[in-house]
Ligand binder design. Structure first.
Ligand SMILES: N[C@@H](CCC(=O)N[C@@H](CS)C(=O)NCC(=O)O)C(=O)O
Length: 233
C-alpha cells in the first residue's frame, strides 16, 4: 500500500483530532542503572536497543551502590526507572520491556512457545550459571579443590556443545529471530570467543578460561559474532 492511500478521505471529519502520536518506543526514555562490563546489564542494553528505546545511563561503581540501593532497595544492577516504575533483575526487565512495547517482539506470541523460552531462560539462570559461580567460590577456598574445578569445567564445556546443537538449522538459540533467549545467554557465552582486555573481573576470567570454542563449534562461534554485532543502549 502506498503512503498516500493511508490519508483520510478529504471529507472525513478528522480535522479536530490531535496529530497521530509517534510510536511510544520512539520517544520513551528509560533510566538504566548499570556498571561497566556487567553481563546482566548488557542483557538489558540489548533489549532496549532492540526496542529502539532511548536510555539515560547511570553507571555505578561496585564500590558504591548507594544510588542503586536508594532507588531500588537492593544493591545489584541492572535496574531501570521507567518514569517512576522501578524494575530490578535483568530478565524481569526484559520481560517488562517486551510487555510494555511488544514490537519488535522478544518473546513468541504463541503461549506454548513462550513457556518453552521461559523454561530455557530459567535453566540458564539457575543451572547454567551454577558451574562458573561454583568455580569462582572454589578458587577462593584455601586450598581450592582442583578436581572439583575440573569437573565443573567439563560441565561448562558440555553446555557449549549443547548450544552448538541448539543452533542447528537456525540463526538464533530458539528460532530464526533474535529473542529473549539470545539476550539471556549471549553476555555470558561471548567470553568463549573473546574478552575485552580491560575486563578483568574474576567471574569473566572464568567464563573465558573454561569456555574454549573448538572446530566443532562453528555455529556457536557465528552466533556470538551475529549477536555481538547487534546494537546496545
Ligand atoms: N539476577 C540479577 C543478578 C544481578 C547481578 O548479579 N548483577 C551484578 C552485575 S552483572 C552485580 O550487580 N554485581 C555486584 C556484586 O555482586 O557485587 C539479574 O539478572 O539482574
Amino acid at each position: 500500500m502506498s503512503e498516500q492511500s493511508l490519508a483520510p478521505p478529504a471529507a472525513a471529519c478528522v480535522a479536530s483530532r490531535p496529530p497521530p502520536r509517534a510510536p511510544r518506543n520512539v520517544r520513551r526514555v528509560i533510566r538504566l542503572y548499570r556498571a561497566d562490563y556487567s553481563t546482566n546489564a548488557e542483557r538489558v542494553a540489548l533489549a532496549l536497543a532492540h526496542k529502539g528505546i532511548e536510555v539515560e545511563s547511570v553507571v555505578i561503581d561496585y564500590a558504591d551502590r548507594s544510588e542503586v540501593e536508594r532507588v531500588s532497595g537492593q544493591p545489584l544492577v541492572p535496574v531501570i526507572d521507567d518514569d517512576g516504575t522501578i524494575v530490578v533483575d535483568s530478565m524481569a526487565i526484559v520481560a517488562y520491556l517486551d510487555a510494555k512495547l511488544p514490537q519488535p517482539p522478544l518473546y513468541p506470541a504463541d503461549e506454548a512457545r513462550r513457556a518453552e523460552m521461559e523454561v530455557f531462560i530459567d535453566w540458564f539462570n539457575r543451572v547454567w550459571k551454577g558451574p562458573p559461580n561454583e568455580i569462582e567460590a572454589e578458587e577462593a577456598a584455601a586450598p581450592p579443590d582442583r578436581e572439583r574445578i575440573a569437573g565443573l569445567s567439563r560441565e561448562m564445556a558440555a553446555a557449549l556443545d549443547r548450544f552448538e546443537r541448539m543452533l542447528q538449522g537456525r540463526d538464533h538459540l530458539m528460532g530464526d529471530e533474535f529473542s529473549a533467549a539470545d539476550i539471556a545467554a549471549y553476555p555470558f557465552l561471548k567470553y568463549a570467543l573473546a574478552r575485552d582486555p580491560g575486563d578483568d573481573e574474576a567471574f569473566h576470567r572464568i567464563l573465558d578460561e573454561h569456555q574454549q570454542l573448538g572446530e566443532n563449534h562453528p555455529r556457536l562461534s557465528a552466533w556470538i559474532q551475529r549477536v555481538g554485532g547487534r546494537p546496545r543502549a
